[in-house]
Design a binder for this molecule. Structure first.
Ligand SMILES: Nc1ncnc2c1ncn2[C@@H]1O[C@H](COP(=O)(O)OP(=O)(O)OP(=O)(O)O)[C@@H](O)[C@H]1O
Length: 345
């Protein structure tokens, strides 16, 4: 099957800022890809290049087998078969829900347009709201209208720019579930920009981690979380602490003890420890230096004998207190990843 999107060595600068620094990416038809990275890393620039709101300085962009941008081609956004859903919904305030959804279908026969609008409204469960205006809808409903509008012309690709970040936290999970459920049911190919690690891991088939205009890693949610390519990805995709690794007779160990992970070739390695991989038990050479209650769990920070610190998720009503002497260990079954220390962050 043709890929929905192929980026090849795509570059874009604003003055001295390299917002896209040679991006290569393939997105398969029907895939949901999350793009994540710190503020200013180039996530929005990537979406704008794909949508045709920016022109690349170099490289090529292919949507559903059609080159839409390269050195000699630049296809206008409206002719790219790309739908857009923005954070602020960007609905037309003076148009009804039905007209908003039908906006991209101008030029089609009236009957066909009506049938398509009705189909989309049903898909996002807003048939009863067809005659309302955007200001008469909740934030979640507005976002469903924006999705229906983006899907109506049957795009090859739907781009979402921080689609859930303007919603209240208690609404966000539900709206995200509804919207991504509709995307999946439609078989649409989607690229979702987010700054929320949980969101990226929970909605996507693959996650693209960006930094300073470059792609640091592309992988399944499990790969980027459990096998980060470097310290930056490890830290960005969740809480991570690092301890130096020593290898003796082929066995790797760190300050918490022997590691089940096979030791690789590099002379100098660090182990990446996530709080769910670290246990704490009373008595020992380490000291609890922080305890944070988070409701479902408590995050304890432990200073080891070497002075290094690791964090551990504990059951919420844990008895550990700041100042207590403890031992930290590796949780049963944990297989923390080792990184070549020379790769730095
Ligand atoms: N129109 C522009 N003119 C000049 N610089 C720009 C322009 N658009 C983006 N930039 C710069 O390019 C870099 C990438 O910006 P971009 O908006 O793509 O980042 P982002 O990852 O989407 O950030 P955020 O998460 O804060 O939205 C930043 O350094 C930004 O300041």
């Amino acid at each position: 099957m043709t890929d929905a999107l192929v980026l090849s060595a795509v570059a874009k600068s604003y003055g001295a800022t390299l917002a896209a620094d040679g991006l290569d990416l393939r997105v398969g038809t029907g895939e949901v890809v999350a793009v994540i990275g710190p503020s200013g890393c180039g996530k929005s620039t990537l979406l704008r290049l794909i949508a045709g709101l920016e022109r690349p300085d170099a490289g090529s962009i292919t949507v559903a087998g059609q080159v839409v941008a390269d050195a000699s081609t630049f296809t206008h956004p409206e002719r790219r078969r790309v739908g857009l859903v923005f954070q602020d919904h960007a609905l037309f305030p003076h148009l009804t829900v039905a007209r908003n959804v039908g906006f991209g279908l101008r030029g089609r026969a009236r009957g066909e347009r009506r049938a398509r609008v009705a189909e989309l409204l049903e898909r996002v469960h807003l048939t009863q709201r067809a005659g309302r205006h955007p200001h008469q809808l909740s934030g979640g409903e507005q976002q469903r209208v924006a999705l229906a509008r983006a899907l109506a012309p049957d795009p090859a690709l739907v781009l979402f720019d921080e689609p859930f970040s303007s919603l209240d936290e208690h609404l966000r999970g539900r709206v995200r579930g509804e919207i991504m459920g509709t995307v999946r049911a439609s078989g649409a190919t989607a690229i979702v920009v987010t700054h929320d690690q949980d969101e990226a891991l929970s909605i996507a088939d693959r996650v693209v981690v960006m930094r300073a205009g470059r792609i640091e890693q592309v992988g399944s949610p499990q790969e980027v979380f459990e096998a980060p390519a470097n310290r930056f990805v490890a830290t960005f995709m969740g809480d991570a602490d690092f301890l130096p690794v020593t290898v003796r007779d082929g066995v790797a160990s760190c300050e918490l003890g022997e590691l089940p992970t096979p030791a690789g070739a590099p002379a100098s390695q660090d182990v990446v420890l996530r709080p769910h991989e670290v246990t704490v038990s009373p008595g020992g050479p380490a000291e609890v230096v922080g305890v944070e209650y988070h409701g479902a769990f408590t995050l304890a920070t432990v200073q080891l004998a070497s002075g290094a610190r690791v964090r551990s998720w504990l059951p919420p009503h844990t008895a550990h207190r700041v100042g207590e002497r403890v031992s930290a260990g590796l949780a049963p079954g944990a297989r923390p990843v080792l990184l070549d220390a020379a790769t730095g962050d």
